[in-house]
Design a protein around this ligand. Structure first.
Ligand code: UDP
Length: 413
């Protein structure tokens, strides 16, 4: 299914000059100029929910405006396919999962069916994550260049699961990872390109204080105490129960209110069960609000992040965590686990605070509530760090550069 990307309104690229600065926009334009005449087709497995969909909605437009026609296809799947790919996702993050015996066949069949229907007009194909990786076997045409972009933290991947994926991964011309620690042995060359956010989207654009209050009014959040918030899909790897536990410990020493906000993603079958567990564990607590949000609640999340004193991301495993970039961009004090791609964003003591345990997380909550000046300093540095490294102009340019390098490698052969 092709995702329609609106291209109306003022140029996104031009608006980036004001926010990101002129240099990153020019660097993107220069790379795009060298790829004139090429077309990119992106493929992932969901149009809503999760970081990849969040990125593609705006990155595709940026690439088009920079001069490289780009399309985005979502690969259709069914419950068995998502159950298998979620198990694979968990095992690639290092957590043993149960595989249905028929799962691998579903995976192959779903990819084969999608290969017969998806439109891939580009000569440059960028496949996101494991779900559509097997398309390459069916759809690769001579002269095309295929990149596999892995958003997962593979540093603890179970070898048996990597082995399941490897036959397809090996067919790509290049692999893109978010962090050097995720790089796996492979015939294909590896590139690094961390994810990024769009500072101009509904999720991240500036909001007036009155709009923030209006957006949050339905949730009746207390005005007399700081909010501590984690925004995430209800996924065990995001550890919402760990956040709750840390908050309960911190509450012995501070006045505060916890918000756990999130939805589920089309390609994540575990969301409802995790949400139910969190609700049960928080039952009866008036200092905790659990918000199950619809997939288009971008401005609500924006308002929530801006209204919070502290943004938490206590993930057990994490490819990158766009939610961390979003919090830093809004000059919030961020407490986040030292896992996966998070330490690229949270430089401990400079742009936020890294934690490794429930107790550590609780202690940092107390520290930041008690020391607003520290929270402000971290937030200010965090914003600048994101401006320099984690805006879409940089990620879009990185993808173009990967394709340019592939061209040069091919020419040198
Ligand atoms: N998000 C959202 N609604 C939700 C939960 C998350 O819009 O209910 C967004 C969140 O703001 C972020 C993205 O989805 O932009 C999640 O990306 P991240 O890298 O943090 O995690 P992922 O879900 O990809 O593991």
């Amino acid at each position: 299914m092709r995702v329609a990307i609106p291209l109306d309104g003022p140029s996104l690229l031009e608006r980036y000059r004001d926010v990101a600065g002129d240099a990153p926009v020019r660097a993107l334009e220069a790379a795009a100029k060298r790829l004139r005449g090429h077309r990119i087709a992106m493929v992932n497995s969901t149009a809503t929910g999760g970081g990849v969909a969040e990125i593609l909605h705006r990155l595709v437009r940026l690439l088009v405006e920079a001069g490289v026609p780009t399309t985005w296809e979502v690969m259709p799947g069914g419950p068995e396919f998502y159950a298998y790919t979620k198990a694979m996702h968990n095992e690639l993050h290092g957590l043993p999962a149960r595989f249905d015996a028929a799962g691998e066949q579903h995976y192959r069949d779903t990819n084969a069916r999608a290969a017969a229907t998806l439109e891939l007009p580009g000569d440059l194909v960028l496949i996101h994550d494991p779900q559509p990786a097997a398309l390459i076997e069916h759809r690769r045409q001579p002269g095309q260049r295929w990149l596999w972009r892995c958003h997962i933290d593979l540093s603890h991947a179970l070898p048996r699961t990597w082995a399941r994926l490897q036959p397809w991964v090996e067919q790509f011309d290049g692999l893109i990872y978010s962090h050097p620690a995720f790089v796996h042995d492979s015939r294909a060359p590896a590139y690094l390109a961390p994810p990024s956010i769009d500072p101009l989207s509904d999720k991240n654009c500036p909001l007036e204080p009155s709009e923030i209050e209006e957006m949050l009014e339905p949730f009746a959040l207390p005005a007399d105490r700081p909010l501590i918030t984690q925004v995430s899909r209800f996924d065990r790897l995001k550890d919402p129960l760990g956040v709750l536990e840390a908050f309960v410990l911190a509450r012995r020493r501070i006045e505060a209110h916890l918000v756990l906000a999130g939805g589920t993603a089309d390609d994540d079958p575990e969301g409802d069960a995790v949400l139910a567990e969190v609700r049960e564990r928080a039952a009866g607590r008036e200092d905790v609000t659990i918000l199950a949000l619809p997939p288009d609640a971008h401005r609500v999340i924006n308002a929530l992040q801006r209204r919070s004193r502290i943004i938490v991301q206590k993930s057990l495993r994490e490819g990158f965590a766009l939610t961390v970039s979003e919090g830093l961009w809004k000059r919030r004090a961020v407490i986040a686990s030292a896992v996966g791609g998070i330490p690229l964003q949270v430089l401990h003591g400079r742009t936020g605070l890294l934690v490794r345990s429930v107790e550590g997380c609780a202690q940092r909550m107390v520290e930041l509530v008690d020391t607003p000046a520290l929270a402000r300093r971290l937030g200010a540095e965090g914003h600048e760090h994101v401006r320099q490294h984690f805006l879409h102009t940089r990620e879009a340019r990185d993808y173009l550069v990967c394709f340019l390098v592939l061209d040069q490698l091919a020419a040198a052969r």
